[in-house]
Design a protein around this ligand. Structure first.
Ligand SMILES: [Fe+2]
Ligand SMILES: [Fe+2]
Length: 148
C-alpha cells in the first residue's frame, strides 16, 4: 500500500502537468485564431501531446485512483461510474479534435477555436474532479493552497 496521500498527490501532479500542456495548446490556438494559420502544425503537435498525457492519466486513474478511493470509502459506485464515463468522454472529445487537426477538414480558425473551447472545458473538468474526489477531506488542507 502506498504511503498516505501518495496516490492523491500523483493525481494532482498529473493534473498540473496536463494543465501545463493545455496552456501550450491554448497559446498556439490563440495565435491561430488571430490569423497565424502557419502554426497549425505546431498546434497539432501540442494537441497530440495533451491527448496522450490525458489518455495515460485517465487510464491510471481508472486503474489506481478510483479503486484506491473506493477502498478508502471516499467514492461510491455511482460516482466512480460517473468519473469513468467522464474519462471516456474527455478522450473522445480530445481525440476528435486532434483528428480534425490532422485532416484539416474545417478552416484553421475553426479548429483553433474548438481547441480553445476544449481547453477551457478540460480545466473545468479537472477542477471538478479535484473538488469531487480530491478535496480537503483527503488532503487535510484547503484546495486553494494547492493552486498557488
Ligand atoms: Fe484526473
Ligand atoms: Fe479523471
Amino acid at each position: 500500500m502506498p504511503r498516505d496521500g501518495a496516490i492523491e498527490s500523483q493525481a494532482v501532479a498529473d493534473h498540473l502537468a496536463i494543465l501545463g500542456l493545455a496552456k501550450r495548446v491554448e497559446k498556439v490556438a490563440g495565435e491561430i485564431a488571430r490569423g497565424e494559420k502557419r502554426l497549425l502544425g505546431a498546434l497539432r503537435t501540442e494537441a497530440e501531446a495533451l491527448r496522450d498525457a490525458l489518455k495515460e492519466h485517465n487510464a491510471w486513474e481508472n486503474r489506481t485512483l478510483l479503486p484506491h478511493l473506493r477502498a478508502q470509502g471516499m467514492l461510491g459506485t455511482r460516482r466512480a461510474a460517473y468519473l469513468e464515463q467522464d474519462h471516456l468522454t474527455q478522450i473522445e472529445i480530445v481525440s476528435r479534435a486532434v483528428d480534425g487537426l490532422e485532416t484539416q477538414s474545417v478552416p484553421a480558425e475553426t479548429l483553433a477555436r474548438e481547441m480553445l473551447e476544449l481547453v477551457s472545458q478540460l480545466r473545468e473538468d479537472l477542477a471538478d474532479e479535484e473538488e469531487m474526489v480530491l478535496d480537503e477531506k483527503i488532503w487535510g488542507r484547503p484546495r486553494s493552497e494547492d493552486e498557488e
